[in-house]
Ligand binder design. Structure first.
Ligand code: PLP
Length: 400
C-alpha cells in the first residue's frame, strides 16, 4: 500500500486498517466509520452555515448500525416506501422521517402513517387519494414536481426529467389537476433532478423550478431540493449551495431540505475480493475475482463506471494489465481493465473503493453468488461484524 499515492477513495486508510481489511474473508463490504464521520462533519457545517436540513436517502446507504453515529450530524432519513420509512423511524434516533414514493399502496398506507412525518406524493391523483388521511394524522405533506430541466450528462436512466418521466408533476399536470383544494393541502414541494453534481447545477435548476412553480412557494412550509448534491466531494462549491438555500428560504420563508444519499457515505466503504483464477485470451490476461459486478456492485454495470482499486492503475499505465472479471455466467460481468506494478497472483486480494453507496442495499444473489459479509471498520481500527450471509439467505429469497 502506497500511502503517499492514495486516491480519494482510500484517503485516511492507514496501513493497520488496510491489513485488518485484507484479513477478512472475501468477498466482504467494509464500512469505514471514520470516513462517515468526516462526511458527517462537512454536512453538519453546511447545515450550520445556511440552515438547510439534511436527510439521509436510505436507497443509497442504509446500514443502520451507523445511524446512531450519523444522527449527530444530520436531521433524519428519507425513504422510498414503507420498509425504508420503518427503518429510518426505528433506527435514526427519533429524527425526522420523510418518504417519497412514485405511488403508495392502499394496503400499506396506514402503516406508513405510523412512521413517516413528511409524506411527498408524486401526482395530484395520489395527493387526492391519500392527502386528507395523512393530514388527519398530522403529517406534513408535499408534492414532487418535475421542472423539466436537467443539467445531467448521464444516460436517461438517472434523469428524472427525461421525456416521458413518471417522476414528479410537470407544470402542465399541475395546471390541469391541482385544484385550489389540493394546493391548499400542500405544506411542501419536492424536486429531485441532480446526480453527483456541483452547486452550479443546483443554481440553474432552481431558476427553472422557481420560474415554473415559484408563485406557490409563499404558502409552503418547506421545499426539498432532493438528492444528487455532491457536497462531501473535494471541490464542491459549498458557498454557492448555501447561497441557493438562503435565497429560497429567505425569499419564501420556507425550510429547505436536501436528501443526499451518495454525499453521506461517499468514499466511506470498500469491497475486498480475492483473485480466484487468471485466464488468457488472445494474449490478454483476465483475472477472475470472487465478487460479481452484476451482483455486488450493480452500478458498475448500470451507470456504468470504473471503480477505483487500491494499487491499481489505468490499463497499460503499469507493466501488467488485466481485465478484472467475475465468476457469473453473464459475459459482461466485468469490472474493468487495470494495470499493476506486479503480476497478479491467485489468492491476491483487491480492494475496491467507494463501495458503501448503492452496494449493500442494492445487491443480489444472481447465479447463486454469495452475498458479501458486511463489516464496520471502527475509528479505532477494530472491526465489527454487521452481517454474515450464507446459503440460507440465498435459498429463503426463493421460497421458504
Ligand atoms: C427522490 C430521490 N432523493 C434522493 C436521492 C439520492 O440521490 P444521491 O444518492 O445521488 O444523493 C435519489 C436518488 O435516486 C432520489 O431518487
Amino acid at each position: 500500500m502506497n500511502i503517499d499515492n492514495l486516491s480519494p477513495e482510500f484517503i485516511g486508510l492507514t496501513e493497520e486498517k488496510y491489513k485488518a481489511i485484507l484479513n477478512l474473508a472475501t468477498p466482504s463490504y467494509v464500512i469505514d466509520e471514520e470516513r462517515l464521520i468526516d462526511n458527517g462533519k462537512i454536512l453538519k457545517s453546511v447545515r450550520e452555515k445556511c440552515g438547510v436540513k439534511i436527510l439521509l436517502a436510505q436507497k443509497a446507504f442504509s446500514n443502520f448500525a451507523t445511524y446512531k453515529t450519523l444522527s449527530k450530524y444530520i436531521d433524519g432519513t428519507e425513504a422510498s416506501g414503507l420498509y425504508e420509512a420503518r427503518l429510518g423511524f426505528e433506527e435514526m434516533n427519533e429524527k425526522e422521517c420523510h418518504v417519497f414514493c412514485a405511488a403508495y399502496r392502499e394496503d400499506e398506507f396506514d402503516e406508513l402513517l405510523k412512521y413517516a412525518d413528511h409524506i411527498t406524493f408524486n401526482s395530484p391523483l395520489q395527493l387526492k387519494k391519500f392527502g386528507a388521511r395523512a393530514k388527519a394524522k398530522g403529517k406534513s405533506i408535499g408534492l414532487r414536481i418535475n421542472p423539466e430541466f436537467s443539467t445531467q450528462l448521464n444516460a436517461g436512466i438517472y434523469n428524472p426529467c427525461a421525456a416521458l418521466s413518471r417522476l414528479g408533476s410537470t407544470k402542465e399536470i399541475w395546471d390541469k389537476y391541482m385544484t385550489d383544494d389540493l394546493i391548499s393541502m400542500l405544506d411542501g414541494i419536492h424536486f429531485h433532478t441532480l446526480c453527483e453534481q456541483n452547486s452550479d447545477s443546483l443554481k440553474l435548476t432552481l431558476n427553472a423550478v422557481e420560474e415554473k412553480f415559484g408563485k406557490y412557494f409563499s404558502n409552503l412550509k418547506w421545499i426539498n431540493f432532493g438528492g444528487g448534491h455532491h457536497i462531501t466531494k473535494k471541490n464542491y462549491d459549498i458557498d454557492t449551495f448555501c447561497d441557493c438555500v438562503l435565497y429560497i428560504s429567505k425569499k419564501y420563508n420556507v425550510q429547505v431540505y436536501i436528501e443526499p444519499g451518495e454525499a453521506v457515505a461517499l468514499n466511506a466503504g470498500y469491497l475486498v475480493s480475492e483473485v480466484l483464477d487468471i485466464v488468457e485470451n488472445d494474449g490478454n490476461y483476465i483475472a477472475i475475482l470472487d465478487m460479481s459486478a452484476a451482483c455486488h456492485t450493480p452500478d458498475v454495470l448500470e451507470m456504468p463506471y470504473r471503480p477505483s482499486i487500491m494499487n491499481a492503475y489505468r490499463e497499460n499505465e503499469k507493466k501488467y494489465t488485466y481485465r478484472l472479471g467475475c465468476p457469473t455466467c453473464l459475459a459482461g460481468d466485468i469490472i474493468g481493465d487495470y494495470s499493476f506494478e506486479e503480476k497478479l497472483q491467485i489468492k491476491d486480494k483487491l480492494l475496491l473503493g467507494d463501495m458503501a453507496i448503492y452496494s449493500t442495499c442494492k445487491n443480489n444473489s444472481f447465479n447463486g453468488m454469495k452475498l458479501p459479509n458486511i463489516y464496520l471498520l471502527k475509528k479505532d481500527g477494530s472491526v465489527n461484524t454487521l452481517a454474515k450471509f450464507g446459503y440460507k439467505d440465498f435459498k429463503y429469497r426463493l421460497g421458504n
